[in-house]
Design a protein around this ligand. Structure first.
Ligand code: 3PG
Length: 306
């Protein structure tokens, strides 16, 4: 009997686990559950028995891949797979998939939650500002960016997007203005929201040079990955521009410096919260379970990323 391990340091909502269990057991497989583990060795031990594994941002290191002697497939229930050792998985003939789009509305809603919280001075009683009529730049126009654009229109924002992989026609069809380069995006937009993955090309790519182009009242919104922002640049822009604000779904490494020098001008979530809704957990978790069943039953490798 095939064993499907759900390994989530940050657990799914109970309703999602129930749905995953149903899909796995209906297919005649067994579900193994490892939640809220504190030591990477717990994951290494659990994967020893697994034929398939569902993870979130859990670190699937070379050691984990090596320990998974029977492992055939890992599905990242979510979008970004920078937490998975892809070369190691490929070398071990382990298929890696993600579940694109399944948690993107949840992440997009958090963008607005954080923006409103910050422009209203973290609800401290001081008079704030509004989003209506302001410019918003989407740095990448994938599933999350598209949802952010949809919601931004409800707020009456003017939306621009830069994405070298999506045609200007597709962006324009959504009522979003495509821009040809990043300099232009950052120059035009008071708010910029990051929707790029973390990879060798994008890590530390949000630099002082880009940020300093932003108009007065600038706010950078990061629901992507902390690694894409160059933290020296971040500290430099904070120091040089009184008007600059940063909201991020997960803390930068320089959090203590920000706390000490720039209190009230930034907000970070204590744990990555973008996809942490029961709807997103159900969407991504059940999609992951279905993809595993489809793979074993029909050899379907749609959504393979390695
Ligand atoms: C993703 O890449 O899908 C998001 O960052 C969500 O990550 P999480 O599943 O760890 O919350």
């Amino acid at each position: 009997m095939k064993k499907v391990l759900v390994a989530t340091d940050k657990p799914f909502a109970a309703i999602a686990v129930k749905g995953i269990r149903q899909i796995v057991e209906n297919a005649g497989f067994e579900l193994l559950l490892l939640e809220k583990y504190t030591d990477p060795s717990d994951l290494i031990k659990a994967v020893e028995q697994a034929d398939a594994m569902i993870v979130r941002s859990d670190l699937v290191t070379p050691e984990v891949i090596k320990a998974g002697k029977n492992l055939r497939i890992v599905v990242r229930a979510g979008a970004g797979y920078d937490n998975i050792d892809l070369p190691g998985a490929t070398a071990a003939n382990v298929i890696v998939m993600n579940t694109p789009g399944q948690n993107s509305n949840a992440v997009a809603e958090l963008v607005f939650g954080m923006m409103v919280y910050q422009i209203r001075n973290q609800f401290n009683g001081a008079s704030g500002t509004e989003l209506l009529g302001k410019t918003l730049g989407l740095h990448a126009y994938g599933n999350v960016g598209k949802n952010v654009a949809r919601i931004a229109k409800g707020f009456g924002m003017e939306v621009f997007a830069y994405d070298p992989f999506i045609s200007a026609e597709i962006i324009a069809k959504d009522g979003v203005t495509p821009v040809a380069d990043l300099q232009d995006l950052y120059s035009k937009c008071q708010f910029v929201s990051l929707h790029i993955p973390a990879n060798d090309k994008t890590k530390k790519s949000i630099t002082f040079e880009l940020l300093s182009k932003m108009p007065k009242g600038a706010m950078l919104v990061n629901t992507a990955r902390k690694e894409v922002v160059d933290e020296e640049s971040l500290q430099r822009i904070f120091a040089g521009r009184e008007d600059f604000r940063y909201v991020s779904d997960v803390a930068p490494d320089c959090l203590e410096v920000l706390k000490e020098k720039f209190p009230g001008r930034f907000f970070v979530t204590p744990k990555k919260m973008g996809a942490q809704t029961s709807e997103a957990n159900v969407n991504a978790g059940l999609a992951a379970a279905r993809q595993i069943v489809e793979f074993f039953e029909n050899g379907n490798t749609m959504f393979k990323v390695n």
